[in-house]
Design a protein around this ligand. Structure first.
Ligand code: UDP
Length: 239
């Protein structure tokens, strides 16, 4: 239908906050449904999709640690939060008829599969959407880093980060009306200017493995499809 996708295999990263929507805590099922519908469309045209979801809508390790909790325990809770989000999205996708697997970096076998790289790639080749849960499986890391790691492991053509604004700015555009928009950036510019794109570990992973990264506004309906076609939506971070 006139669409020649530029990318065949992508890794998409959402923050946990993206799932809150109109709920005041946790997950808004309507929003999860909307996200699932956009993914269904990409899956239908044969794009291989890996997903990483954060857990910030439920728990963030750093926040719990700041309140006095042991950091490693707090990070375990954060990782488990990402598993809950992954299950919610899997459920929404399956109700739309999209075949989908949650693969966790920590073993919770009654709930989902373990992350095994070869098996993940096999799922993708068979047209199944794969949700990578529990981040990297290690405390002191983030789901941004997990997204760059999994993207590189599965050989994704593009890492896509969904945010609340339409790309990368010199300052938070919701706070500073003079914030400058950057359509393109190099990895080193992101690091040198300390731009809020992804955390530095994730950016350096992308840089060292020449993985292009696109940042876009997930509230814009259809934006994901435009990105897959190769259109200039949001900000592209590359060499
Ligand atoms: N986390 C972790 N290791 C990882 C990924 C995540 O320990 O590899 C924990 C960490 O506590 C983090 C929480 O899981 O705060 C939720 O992930 P993140 O903060 O990245 O979620 P987001 O901000 O994207 O919603």
């Amino acid at each position: 239908e006139g669409m020649e996708p530029k990318y065949r295999r992508i890794l998409l990263k959402f923050s946990g906050e993206a799932l809150i929507g109109e709920a005041n805590y946790g997950i808004d099922p309507k929003l999860v449904q909307q996200i699932a519908q956009e993914l269904q469309e990409l899956n239908r045209i044969g794009i291989e999709i890996g997903l990483v979801i954060g857990g910030g809508n439920i728990f963030r390790g750093a926040g719990l640690a700041a309140a006095g909790m042991d950091r490693v325990t707090a990070d375990h809770m954060g990782m488990l939060a990402t598993v809950m989000n992954a299950l919610a999205l899997q459920d929404a996708l399956e109700r739309l008829g999209v075949f989908c697997r949650v693969m966790s970096a920590i073993r919770i076998n009654e709930v989902c599969e373990d992350y095994l790289r070869r098996r993940a790639i096999r799922h993708l080749e068979k047209g199944r959407l794969v949700i990578f849960a529990a981040g990297t499986g290690n405390p002191f890391f983030t789901t941004d880093t997990a997204a760059s790691l999994r993207a590189i492991e599965i050989g994704a053509d593009l890492l896509i980060k969904a945010t609340k604004v339409d790309g990368v700015y010199s300052a938070d555009p919701m706070v500073d009306p003079n914030a400058q928009f950057f359509p393109r950036l190099s990895y080193d510019q992101v690091i040198a200017r300390n731009l809020a794109v992804m955390d530095a570990t994730a950016i350096i992973m992308c840089r060292d493995h020449s993985l292009p990264l696109r940042v876009f506004d997930m509230h814009k309906v259809g934006a994901l499809t435009h990105i897959i076609k190769g259109e200039d939506v949001g900000t592209l971070v590359s060499r």
